[in-house]
Design a binder for this molecule. Structure first.
Ligand code: NAD
Length: 427
């Protein structure tokens, strides 16, 4: 059901994202040249990282950073440590970050990068060394006002701390060089649950426009990691029934609603939902076509495809994961009148609180958790309403509308920064 290899998924992701971009560019009537300008990364940097490991072995890796667009501010995006990391992966993900930061209107562009290493096969000391060599080589192209990395697959708050420490050796105390840091090192309150909270916020807007409330709805969720578990907890706290949850170990369902805090505790101890006694087990992939009002794919890319989209029963899909819906599935869902809240809007809560972290770091000031959550809610709800307004005005689906909004914002900012004789419109 999910695409077989990460490599294949990511390559598809680039062409999927270009297809969505082009659909919106058609709505805006953009020329081929403007499309090329907006899709071409500003800069791509590749560095060699060699170490003698703690086991005495010589190891050679390649580090990447693709900086896609900085028209609206310093570029922002994760660092991924994975053997399949390469320039194409980084490019596809950098591109998405440009549109995501624009949809929620945070003052960033898009970037992504990483190292083609496998942290599971390395000692922590070696990872620390590799991370610091990456920073040493990249320090001239990243920075608090140029490009601000964050955690992604196989990187975490600890790796971000090493980056901050290494960068600060060259540039002086620089907490704003990375986000996703631990609270002890000037991370932000509320960052960990931010993406799940953003999912809850946009769902609240969607329900509001349909005249419905959380206690009336049932929800099925694929993925119970950072995004899925926090979204489940927050949505259940609002009164909704989470009737099915699936992860890589299987699925668990309960028509009266699962006890989410108990499931979170179970998964923390057991590593997956399999065996949870508070519900009945089912075959995980079935969650996509579950009989529920809302479906939240929050696992991997390509979960909803041309094969299963026709069977989807939910009337609302909130894309917690990046690229969970293939373009073929997207068209089927639109035909079925399913409201799909697209990834570049639905899961932008994480980068929004990363922006808050960066802003706090630049001011050397801390926000209380309530402020973070309230500002996040405002940003997510406003973004939803902006996308909805374009969807209604142009009579297009929410995904195309989100790309229209993002392209418009990036294009207008780029135009405003220079003198251009040629008439170009993004309206
Ligand atoms: P995570 O590693 O914490 O959790 C991933 C979850 O997916 C786990 O529950 C895992 O069991 C499940 N999963 C993996 N393979 C599966 C399969 N074959 N079938 C069903 N479930 C499977 O990851 P996360 O941080 O929650 O990220 C999930 C998605 O959200 C990814 O697409 C990620 O890129 C995206 N995302 C995350 C954030 C964030 O802040 N964490 C922000 C934006 C987007």
């Amino acid at each position: 059901m999910l695409r077989c290899s990460e490599e294949e998924g990511e390559t598809d992701m680039l062409s999927d994202s270009h297809r969505y971009f082009n659909k919106a560019a058609d709505v805006l009537g953009l020329s081929d040249t403007i499309r090329k300008i907006l899709l071409t990364p500003r800069r791509s940097v590749k560095v060699e990282i060699n170490i003698e490991s703690t086991t005495g072995e010589l190891l050679c890796f390649t580090g990447y950073r693709v900086q896609h667009n900085n028209s609206r501010g310093p570029m922002k995006g994760g660092l991924r440590f994975h053997p399949s990391m390469d320039e194409d992966h980084a490019g596809a993900l950098a591109n998405l970050m440009t549109w995501k930061t624009a949809v929620v209107d945070v003052p960033f562009g898009g970037a992504k990068g990483g190292i083609d290493c496998d942290p599971h096969e390395m000692s922590e000391k070696d990872l620390d060394t590799v991370t610091r060599l990456f920073v040493e080589q990249m320090k001239d192209v990243i920075g608090p006002t140029t490009d601000i990395p964050a955690p992604d697959v196989n990187t975490n708050a600890k790796v971000m701390s090493w980056i901050m420490d290494e960068y600060s050796k060259y540039e002086g105390f620089s907490p704003a060089i990375v986000t996703g840091k631990p609270l002890d090192l000037f991370g932000s309150e509320g960052r960990e649950e931010a993406t799940g909270r953003g999912v809850m916020n946009v769902l609240a807007e969607a329900l509001g426009e349909q005249g419905r409330t959380f206690p009336e709805i049932t929800v099925a969720i694929q993925g119970f990691g950072n995004v899925g578990s926090h979204a489940a907890r927050l949505i259940a706290e609002e009164g909704a029934r989470i009737v099915a949850v699936a992860d890589h170990t299987g699925g668990v369902e309960k028509a009266e609603g699962l006890d989410i805090p108990a499931l979170i505790e179970w998964v923390a101890e057991e590593g997956g939902v399999l065996g949870f006694a508070g519900g009945e087990a089912f075959d995980g992939p079935q969650v996509i076509t579950w009989d529920a009002d809302v479906l939240i794919p929050a696992a991997l890319e390509g979960a909803i495809t041309g094969d299963n989209a026709g069977e989807v029963q939910a009337g609302i899909i909130v894309e917690g994961a990046n690229a969970p819906t293939t373009p073929e599935a997207h068209e089927i869902l639109v035909q079925k009148d399913v409201l799909v809240i697209p990834d570049i809007l639905a899961n932008a809560g994480g980068v929004t609180v990363s922006y808050f972290e960066w802003a706090q770091n630049l001011q050397h000031y801390r926000w209380e958790l309530d402020r973070v959550n309230s500002e996040l809610g405002k940003v997510m709800r406003k973004a939803y309403r902006s996308v909805r307004a374009i969807a209604d005005e142009k009579q297009i689906d929410m995904r195309t509308a989100a790309f229209v909004l993002a392209i418009r914002r990036v294009g207008k900012a780029a135009l405003a920064r220079r003198h251009v004789e040629t008439r170009i419109s993004f309206d």
